[in-house]
Design a protein. Structure first.
Length: 570
């Protein structure tokens, strides 16, 4: 029987898409050895999941991959529809699929960024390689057997036309192997839902004659006699992603490039466009399905292995990355021996309500987008859903949170896991379980009170530690918090004292409390964003995933939260 040895990583990740790679990188940053396998023979080259929404941009910032994403991607563009017949004259003004709001100090990135999934994966692999990990291609999951303290997994590696069958044991397995997940099927976890009636053809081709400042869409807005065609720019100057749907001969246009181009021309009636090389084409039949639980024993489901849905709203990759991030920081604490396995129960408790709400919203958007009588003005409501940005996604009902500011039981009230209608709350509306807002313009303060440089909270939050933010000038209360924190692993904590914008910094606070950062709230954004007052000492604990874990008034509240995390709740 296979056993875990010192050479065997504690975590096996099956599937090297954005979900698996995010999990692997988060674990690697936490010093947790991983093995990541994928049954593909080569890495993907398709666009797919190209819209990176603001909340995912924040997580990529914590993972230190955001500069590469900015460099490789392009700004998101508004949709432009065209009148038919003719296909040239715009039908109304361009519209945005997300609210084009203005960035604020607490929300630095407000609109999505376009980058093909193949490029996102390449960036994540590059960063993973800096920790010494590479994806094992041609390696397929075959079977697993669970024991109380480990999982024995059998894999088949293809090489030179032969298969090498091996078994190894791991303490944990993450199933990130997509909508047809072999692990989910073997575990017997139901994948309830249905296939949607619509079909479409997706691909990427060379195209000249269209501007790169818009998505472009043609259809007759009638009884679907004419197909629907959509083109959008990609990161490559002369390449456009496309979608063709509706009344077309799917088998013919998938197998014949000329037939595909002829179908597109017949629909859009544009004679000025030049179609070049076709890079790939595939048929897509959207389905809506999700699991009823995200784990079975020591195996966890994440991403498409746990939920599939229409591409409307671009929530798939973003939701999957957040699955991986939520799970991995908790798994890292367990693997490092500082948390009990019961902490991992909160993964399903936190993510399942979000997934369920996401599927409801994407279904609504898909039906609105694809229905035959929908016109651009009729599609405006889905452009007003701030939920698409995922900044309001929250875990307010999580069992591991502590919120003394809202200790009246309101935390258990009916709430929207996507925060639709709430936005990305800050100030006194901020609750444990919400996204932690940014705060720029924080000024480093030395013992003498001189100012050296400015920071932002998003420059401090990282997936390898909890960040303890102390507000107010009560040095006694702050000392009590610091004394209490000695009971927990120092390397997994970062302590930040945030002093008010106005008034001198209390010398005793800076010199007597060994915080990692002593900061003055230079522009007042931190106190405003976190709903804190200089007159009332308070502590906000931000989890490794950038979520508020606790809002408390002193050392006892801090202890209550960390006892739930490091000792895990009962």
């Amino acid at each position: 029987m296979s056993t875990i040895t010192s050479e065997t990583p504690g975590v096996l990740i099956v599937g090297a898409g954005p979900t698996g790679l995010t999990a692997a990188l988060t674990l690697a940053k936490n010093g947790v050895p991983v093995r990541i396998i994928d049954k593909r023979s080569t890495f993907g080259t398709e666009q797919r999941g190209a819209g990176i929404h603001p909340r995912t941009l924040e997580l990529f910032n914590y993972l230190d991959v955001l500069p590469d994403v900015w460099e490789k991607g392009i700004p998101f563009s508004p949709f432009q529809h065209y009148k038919l017949p003719g296909g040239v004259e715009p039908l109304g003004k361009p519209y945005w699929p997300v609210d084009p709001a203005t960035p604020t100090p607490s929300i630095p990135w407000i609109n999505p960024w376009l980058i093909g999934q193949c490029h996102t994966e390449a960036i994540l692999r590059k960063h993973l390689a800096t920790y010494g990990y590479e994806v094992e291609l041609n390696t397929e999951f075959r079977s697993l057997e669970q024991s109380p303290d480990h999982v024995t997994v059998t894999t088949a590696k293809g090489e030179d036309g032969t298969e090498a069958i091996t078994s190894a044991s791991y303490r944990w397995v993450i199933a990130a192997d997509g909508g047809r997940s072999a692990l989910r099927k073997q575990l017997g976890i139901p994948f309830e839902g249905q296939q949607l009636p619509d079909r479409m053809v997706l691909g990427e081709m060379q195209l000249s004659g269209l501007d790169r400042e818009h998505w472009h869409r043609w259809n007759d807005w009638g009884e679907r006699i004419r197909p629907t065609v959509v083109f959008r720019p990609t990161e490559t100057e002369d390449r456009f992603w496309f979608m063709v749907g509706g009344n077309v001969n799917y088998e013919k246009i998938i197998s014949n490039r000329d037939a595909l181009v002829e179908t597109i021309r017949d629909c859009i009636e544009r004679k000025d466009l030049q179609f070049g090389e076709l890079y790939y084409v595939l048929e897509y039949k959207p389905s809506v399905r999700m699991v009823d639980r995200l784990s079975e024993g020591r195996v966890f489901l994440a991403g498409d292995a746990a939920h599939i849905h229409s591409p409307a709203g671009g929530q798939g990759l973003n939701t999957s990355v957040q699955d991986a991030f939520n799970l991995s920081w908790k798994l890292a604490l367990v693997e490092r021996g500082v948390a009990q396995t019961s902490l991992l129960y909160s993964y399903s408790a936190e993510r399942l309500p979000v997934i369920k709400r996401m599927i409801q919203e994407t279904r609504r958007i898909f039906e609105l987008t694809m229905q035959s009588k929908a016109r651009p003005e009729g599609m405006a409501p889905w452009g007003k859903s701030e939920g698409l940005r995922q900044l309001g996604v929250n875990y307010r009902s999580s069992p591991i949170l502590v919120d003394e500011r809202h200790a009246d039981g309101a935390q258990q009230e009916t709430y929207d896991a996507y925060g639709i209608g709430l936005g990305a709350l800050g100030g006194v509306g901020l609750r444990a379980g919400d996204r932690a807002p940014d705060a720029p313009g924080l000024v480093d303060v030395t013992e003498a009170g001189s100012e050296v440089k400015t920071r932002s909270l998003f420059g401090i939050f990282r997936p390898v530690y909890h960040t303890v933010l102390m507000f107010g000038e009560d040095s006694t209360a702050a000392s009590e918090v610091m004394d209490g924190l000695k009971a927990y692993p120092a390397q997994l904590l970062r302590v930040v004292t945030i002093h008010p914008q106005q008034g001198p910094v209390t010398a005793g606070v800076v010199t007597d409390i060994t915080a990692d950062f002593a900061l003055r709230d230079g522009h007042g954004h931190a106190y405003t964003g976190y709903g804190c007052s200089p007159e009332v000492f308070s502590v906000v604990v931000v989890r490794p995933d950038g979520v508020v874990g606790a809002i408390v008034l002193g050392a006892k509240g801090v202890q209550k939260y960390f006892d739930r995390v490091f000792d895990a709740f009962q």
